[in-house]
Design a protein around this ligand. Sequence first.
Ligand SMILES: [Zn+2]
Length: 385
Amino acid sequence: MTHLALLIALAPMALAQYDFSWAPKYDVTKPPATAPAQPLWTQHFKQVNPTASYADVTTCNSPNPLVWGATFDDGPSPSTPMVLDYLRLPNVSVKASFWVIGANVQFLPDVLARTFAEGHEIGLHTWSHSNLTSLTDDQVISELVYSARTVYEITKVYPKYYRPPYGAIDARVRALANSMGLTAVTWNKDSRDWSYVGKSTLSEMISNVTSSFRGWMATQDPNGLSLEHDLYPDTAAAIPPSMDILIRAGRVIQPVAQCIGDATPYDNPVLKTFFANGFFDNPSLIASGGAGVRTTGPAGETGSNGAASGSSGTGSGTSVSGSSDGSKAKSLSTGAIVGIAVGCGAAALVALTAVLGIRYQKKKKADAAKQAQTLGGESAFVTAL
Ligand SMILES: [Zn+2]
């Protein structure tokens, strides 16, 4: 069988285990539209959980000052597997947080499945990467509902945490998300990797990003929460060397939920009950059954909100091996990649990468035009996804 024939044969198989028939349809060569609004969903969340109030997470507030939250945004992308390969190397072996875009997940579901299976934290990053502060209440709710539905399709869990695109958040958006049992997570260490895309060579990208990390290590600031992107090949390539710097400096890299002492990052009973009651597929049930339905779901959860308990953690200071050398990236690009390639899902990944590649080209062209929209220290280019 030729390579091409193998791709054609395997692509449907790779996707068959997931059902995205509920997902908004759009032209994959253009940015996805904002998720379709559903006023009944908004009515439901406002009625069942009107007073929820959770402060944004902006730092890894661990008792151990060396604990560091590493976050990677806007995937899954074709570059994500490389990052995963690095993170599981024996002399690295750390977990991080990935904030995924719903519209991207449906193209690379196996990549998200692998990310979750390897113990990394999955957080919501909306459906279309829209600026939530510019959307209506119904659109904000739908952006989060559709991204939650997407993540559930792959992982069978409902996250408690979301990251607003561009870090753009206000009291209204915060309250809407809180009503869904969701707590915002931003960052306090922006690598600004996005700002070098299309403007710098790969070596310049890595140099600029690692310079930021070295600077942070020099300040000895406790409990950093850093932002990088696994979206582009260049920004993803800067992740291993920047994590190396943290490890050499003795920082203990953890997912965000762990570093703030939350052992249950997917215990979101509000979302669980919402979906268990069929409100996603049949919003009319909200009108007829009452938005106040708090019936228990299949797992016996209640409608009470247990999100963001904020319970203090032990800050387990599991030390990470400080041994680190420049061979990591090299070993990654050979053996690990070959390991992926033999998997039957990899062939489909290659095919899907071609589809995403079209979108990336368009995204790069739109990058310059969208610079003016940059907010809160995160890139605007992903809006062109
Ligand atoms: Zn983003």
